[in-house]
Write a protein that binds this ligand. Structure first.
Ligand SMILES: C[S@@+](CC[C@H](N)C(=O)[O-])C[C@H]1O[C@@H](n2cnc3c(N)ncnc32)[C@H](O)[C@@H]1O
Length: 276
């Protein structure tokens, strides 16, 4: 099978699973051949080496497996991160959370923060690269994210700045921090997700409880109990009202909600009251 024939076959196979079948066919073939996409155009009559392995990659994608798990890498912010099943693929909307946190770190000269639910390390790694003086304690309750985050942290030479800790929320974090950032699981148990998410991504990274915001509320309480000044979290598009009611009950200095690029409510920054 030539490159031209392979691309045409792959495009057909990917019609149903992908929004951009031609593009994904090209990037998967380029990945298989360890070449870039321009190579495919320049050598379109060349035979594909080990064509069975290429066809298996395409079949995995046609069965809705996320592209990032197939190639073992996800692009996020200004970097590429290793990912594998068991670790959430970082999403572009989380970049907004990072920018908001970066503004607070800068304006308040913050030097120590914690992240709850490190996953691939996406948030902590981008923040550590932006602020070389920042120390981050990053927790996760699952082993695979801690392993993958550890590998990514090492790749970027950030082991001195980011400390990983297996912990439920902040339970095992003993140091004082000035800010907590988290993109926790926040989806309701019975929410219908697309096959590429529900069949492949880890449930521990997706579901926040029966209603979905249970873990978010627990994080708010923990941060308040520990007299931490700031909390910035991602949340579900339909959780603004219940979270606003919740913080009204417990009392905070302010809560500011933010939207994602599609215009959906997507997260919040809370400033807690100084200790009473
Ligand atoms: C939505 S993912 C976010 C991963 C990464 N921070 C990102 O934004 O791409 C949530 C992460 O929280 C972890 N997690 C779930 N429950 C937790 C808990 N109780 N304590 C700490 N981490 C938890 C999951 O294992 C998962 O890695």
């Amino acid at each position: 099978m030539t490159i031209r024939e392979g691309l045409s076959w792959a495009r057909e196979e990917l019609q149903e699973a992908c929004e951009r079948p031609a593009f994904e066919a090209e990037i998967l073939l380029a990945f298989h051949l360890k070449k870039d996409r321009t190579y495919l155009i320049m050598h379109d009559m060349q035979n594909i080496m080990n064509v069975d392995a290429f066809q298996k990659l395409i079949q995995r994608r046609a069965a809705h497996e996320p592209y990032e798990y197939i190639v073992g890498s996800a692009s996020f912010y200004d970097i590429h991160l290793d990912v594998e099943p068991g670790v959430l693929i970082p999403r572009p909307e989380t970049e907004i959370l990072i920018d908001l946190v970066a503004e607070i770190i800068e304006s308040e000269n913050i030097t120590k923060i914690a992240e709850i639910g490190v996953g691939s390390g996406a948030i902590s790694i981008v923040l550590a690269r932006k602020f070389p003086q920042l120390h981050i304690i990053a927790t996760d309750i699952c082993d695979t994210p801690l392993k993958v985050a550890g590998k990514n942290i090492e790749t970027f030479g950030l082991s001195k700045q980011i400390e990983l800790c297996k912990s439920n929320l902040l339970d095992e974090v003993v140091e004082n921090v000035e800010l907590v950032v988290s993109n926790p699981p926040y989806i309701a148990e019975d929410f219908l997700l697309e096959s590429n998410v529900i069949d492949y991504e880890p449930k521990e990274a997706l579901f926040g409880g029966r209603v979905g915001d249970e873990l978010l509320k627990q994080i708010i309480l923990d941060v308040k109990d520990r007299n931490i000044k700031y909390l910035a979290c991602e949340m579900g598009y339909d959780q603004k009202e219940t979270l606003q009611d919740f913080v009204n009950q417990i009392g905070v200095e302010y809560i500011k909600f933010y939207k994602d690029l599609a215009g959906f409510d997507r997260g919040f920054v809370i400033k807690l009251n100084e200790s009473e």
